[in-house]
Design a binder for this molecule. Sequence first.
Ligand code: SAM
Ligand code: SF4
Ligand code: SF4
Length: 373
Amino acid sequence: MTEKVIAVADHRYRASAPLIPARLIAPTGELLDSLHRPLRDLRISVTDRCNFRCSYCMPRDVFDRDYTFLPHSSLLTFEEIVRVASLFVAHGVRKIRLTGGEPLLRRDLERLVAMLAALPGADGERLDLTLTTNGSILERKAAALKAAGLGRVTVSLDAVDDAIFRRMNDADFPVADVLRGIDAAERAGLGPIKVNMVVKRGTNDEQILPMARHFRGRDVALRFIEYMDVGATNGWRMDEVLPSAEVVERIAKEFALAPLPPSAPGETAERWRYAEAGVAGEIGTISSVTKAFCSDCNRARLSTEGKLFLCLFASRGHDLRALVRGGASDAEIAAAIGLVWQQRGDRYSELRSAVHAAAPAGERRVEMHYIGG
Ligand code: SAM
Ligand code: SF4
Ligand code: SF4
């Protein structure tokens, strides 16, 4: 099967260059993994750095002044990102999400957005190009991102109360700036906007209703995310997870809700609208802990330095940068991606209770700030 293997060692997460199959089968736009899941969604992390220190993602005692982030030379260049992304599009990817770390910290991100926006999508349709951000510098960037071709944004926001928000981001960052960022994104036409709140029981769950009250009546999808056991540094405990069912129960006590159908196959959120006629806004829940949704998971993740991860809970990546910088052709890289996806069998959330915390000996699970959400 194999003709060319480029071995690469990495100091952070285990990854080897994927095999290039001897027979280079061209992408057909319809690639299925071993559980018959198509490849549709690519999340690209553009930096591992962040100006926040959310305790569930980059706890300050781990990600402190001594923490070594990736050197600039390790990062995929914009040209490399676009080259790899175009091969994923050829394999059937229709949605690209830029993430991080904090993606807006990557210099000239608008240039990357413009380059990705120019990629032709499948069947002549435009790619769904989106970005997840903590919103801290969105007010400044929204118009330029829109002009560059970004379709929409998702903003992470864990509280509307300033004191709780400052505690959650652990960078003393005021909530008002993020709220102004969301307004600016709305004005720029980066909608429909999603706002994601990670709920930690006992830390910010009292903000569920204030968040619902704040965004009710606006064209914003407010989504509550169960706190996940991703990575190895956040000290995750099940008793800090507030099940989505309880989130919906709490909101429904104040506002009647009516269920909405899934917006797309592989959609991770369950959705509701406000039952009161004429009231804009949507509530969603993402129950990665209490209700696994691996069976239609169509997402691949490309890390900041070009490793392909097939699951948020993986401990092993596939080093595409080694192929890109090792002189492989587009046809070879596309075939290698095809083979990796065809062999994919990941379904961590479905197996979670059976395998919790189990990364193979000598490996550690990838961190969220590195791989993106
Ligand atoms: N910095 C950007 C932001 O916060 O939106 C993008 C990257 S961040 C890693 C992407 C998403 O992952 C955010 O919505 C964040 O809340 C979520 N996230 C990080 N750690 C998480 C965890 N342990 N459980 C659930 N969601 C998490
Ligand atoms: Fe930064 Fe986003 Fe992680 Fe918070 S969730 S620390 S904003 S990367
Ligand atoms: Fe997809 Fe892995 Fe999450 Fe399951 S656990 S939904 S396979 S990323």
